[in-house]
Design a binder for this molecule. Structure first.
Ligand code: ZN
Length: 234
């Protein structure tokens, strides 16, 4: 009988601390969890031996976005925000919340939005030419996926070109700053841009499957997202 030993590695998440912070997406005080990702050597998918810290992030329990941990050092903004929130409550326009101190945390993008932006640009640049229709699709899909807009896509494209990374390589670098929701949102956005030209061909499906692997999603989760996008197409 043939015995197959299955081993590999996997990131395991644990909570380092929790508390409240000002979430730039929710624009309010929210509960957070500061998570650490430890890489484990796995045998038959069971994590056995820790192989070191692979990354960490702060997750908002309100909107489920993840952020770089530096956002927690911006807590002094909390006081001012509370005052603004109070003045907003007594009749001032809500737009007040967007001014002043909140700006410093608002400058921190959710990790998934950052990754979606770069990945979609990499996909546009992949064939060496950039068509107008692709730029239009980018803006539409980026906005649908994140609720955000990109002001200067040409500057972003220059940055991506200068970094010169393959999508797979890039995703492996950022995977440990993301939670499950973020990973799924990224894969859905990449599937949308693949479908933007009117059809989804097998090479595009393989590409998205590879993104799923780099993001450490389970094959069944990846298949469900691809299937959902195909159904929308018909
Ligand atoms: Zn939030």
């Amino acid at each position: 009988m043939l015995a197959i030993i299955i081993f590999g590695t996997r990131g395991v998440r644990s909570t380092v601390s929790e508390g409240t912070f000002v979430c730039p997406q929710c624009i309010s005080n929210q509960q957070y969890k500061h998570k650490k990702v430890t890489q484990f050597f796995t045998l038959y998918f069971i994590p056995l031996i820790p192989m070191g810290n692979k990354g960490e992030y702060v997750e908002c329990l309100g909107c489920r976005n993840t952020y770089i941990t530096r956002i927690l050092q911006m807590q002094p903004t909390l006081d001012i925000t509370e005052k603004q929130a109070t003045s907003a409550a007594v009749g001032q326009p809500r737009a007040q919340l967007n001014t002043g101190a909140v700006d410093s945390t608002a400058a921190i993008e959710p990790e998934k939005d950052k990754v979606i932006k770069k990945l979609l640009i990499m996909m546009i640049l992949a064939d060496g030419k950039v068509e107008n229709a692709e730029i239009v699709s980018f803006h539409r899909i980026y906005h649908e996926s994140t609720g955000q807009t990109v002001r200067d896509i040409y500057k972003e494209m220059d940055e991506v070109k200068a970094e010169n990374k393959s999508p797979h390589q890039y995703l492996k670098e950022v995977v440990h700053g993301l939670n499950q929701e973020g990973k799924e949102a990224i894969l859905k956005a990449s599937m949308r841009i693949a479908a933007a030209d009117g059809d989804i061909d097998p090479s595009e499906v393989r590409m998205v499957e590879n993104f799923g692997k780099a993001l450490e999603l389970k094959p069944a989760e990846v298949a469900a997202i691809i299937e959902e996008a195909k159904n929308k197409q018909e």
